[in-house]
Design a protein around this ligand. Structure first.
Ligand code: ZN
Length: 391
């Protein structure tokens, strides 16, 4: 595994749980936390304790239970929120206080009714307070990608002086573009005093379908922490998907100077299925890495290639992310090789003539049915035996 690593900050239990309809019970949140530990994420953002008493007790229980991964709690940049968040995570093995304040003019004027100078003062006092309680403080500038760059530099310099050791640059509204986001990280590294001593973090949303690409661009720009969720669930169009980042870095290390994550990728499918069943948010079949069809091959030419050498059409093994094996889906696009392979798995050994006849019955059936099951195949073979070749 490459070193140094990109830290995985999982926010399935906070930003992910903010997906419409994704609310989880305490017991369900604990199940997800256990799985995140098995996945070996670096930081689990467990919730927003000031939001509700239920959120508070979930974060506290997760903080008490989790060993190995750090546990973060979100707080607005105000003393009361920070005190509640600290109360919830103080028993964690590695607590992280995550303080945020919006920094774009549109948020400052219309949402917070704060001047830029007032916002700076608030960041200074809240981060100072958080740091007096907790050694590890992350500061997020909400809507960073729509904030004035020069002002954003002052914001981050102020947060670092006040004790923040992680600086997050969120694309809260899913607005940025890979080269633009990378350039923002490069700009900040050049202009913010003390930035070389802190971890830079990327947090992206998928409103324009660019969350994964933007997050990867941020790594090129110097981010060494990424904020992600299982299956990419999250506000609106969701967050960057953990499984996609983990597998891009694992599959194309040469593009990232051999940076890797600590993720146990073999657990990715289990994590995806657990989060999907607990939240009721289904994974689309064509979802990268964890979708039902991510390793399914139906086209005959593809099946033939995969049977000869899986590298022909697979850039990573299904097993590396937790699937049992390549899934050859039998349908009307399948070829004779695919049919023969499945029949062999079912215990049938056909000679060329038998296979030819079975294949024509298979194609006739596949014209009527989308997917051909093993039961259908048994029927095709057995019925073929009773009706000797009527060619
Ligand atoms: Zn977010």
């Amino acid at each position: 595994m490459g070193d140094p690593a990109v830290k995985i900050f999982d926010t399935t239990l906070r930003d992910g749980e903010q997906s419409p309809g994704a609310t989880m019970t305490l017991d369900e949140k604990l199940q997800v936390a256990d799985l995140l530990v098995r996945l070996n994420v670096d930081i689990i953002e467990a919730g927003f304790p000031a939001a509700s008493p239920g959120d508070f007790s979930a974060v506290r229980d997760i903080a008490r239970r989790v060993k190995g991964s750090a546990v973060a709690a979100l707080a607005r940049a105000q003393i009361s929120d920070i005190d509640i968040a600290w109360d919830a995570i103080r028993e964690a093995e590695h607590p992280v206080l995550h303080v945020f304040l919006a920094t774009s003019d549109i948020h400052l004027q219309h949402k917070l009714h704060l001047s830029r100078e007032e916002a700076l003062q608030r960041i200074h006092s809240s981060v100072t307070h958080a740091h007096s309680l907790c050694p590890t403080v992350e500061f997020s500038a909400e809507d960073a990608t729509r904030s004035d760059c020069e002002y954003l530099s002052r914001v981050f310099a102020c947060a670092i002086r006040a004790g923040a050791s992680t600086i997050n640059v969120p694309d809260t509204v899913g607005y940025t573009y890979p080269t633009e986001y990378e350039a923002l990280f490069v700009y900040l590294r050049k202009h913010v005093p003390g930035i070389e001593n802190v971890t830079l973090s990327a947090h992206c949303h998928d409103d324009l379908g660019m969350a994964t690409a933007n997050t990867l661009a941020a790594i090129h720009g110097g981010a060494r922490q990424v904020e992600v969720t299982i299956n990419g669930i999250g506000e609106r169009a969701g967050n960057t998907a953990l499984e996609e980042i983990a597998m891009v870095l694992r599959t194309r290390p040469e593009l990232f100077g051999n940076l890797d994550t600590h993720i146990n990728t073999e657990e990715l499918l289990t994590a995806s299925q657990l989060v999907s069943s607990l939240t009721g948010i289904q994974v689309q079949p064509n979802k990268a890495i964890v979708g039902m069809n991510a390793f399914a091959h139906e086209a005959g030419i593809h099946q033939d290639g995969v049977l000869k050498n899986r590298m022909t059409y697979e850039i990573m093994t299904p097993q590396s992310v937790g699937w049992n094996a390549t899934n050859l889906v039998l349908g009307k696009h399948s070829g004779r090789h695919g049919l023969d392979a499945r029949l062999r798995e079912l215990g049938y050994r056909l000679d060329a003539e038998q296979l030819k006849s079975a294949y024509s019955r298979f194609i006739a059936l596949a014209d009527q049915k989308k997917h051909i099951s093993d039961a259908d195949l048994n029927y095709i073979i057995e019925s073929g035996k009773e009706t000797p070749a009527a060619i």
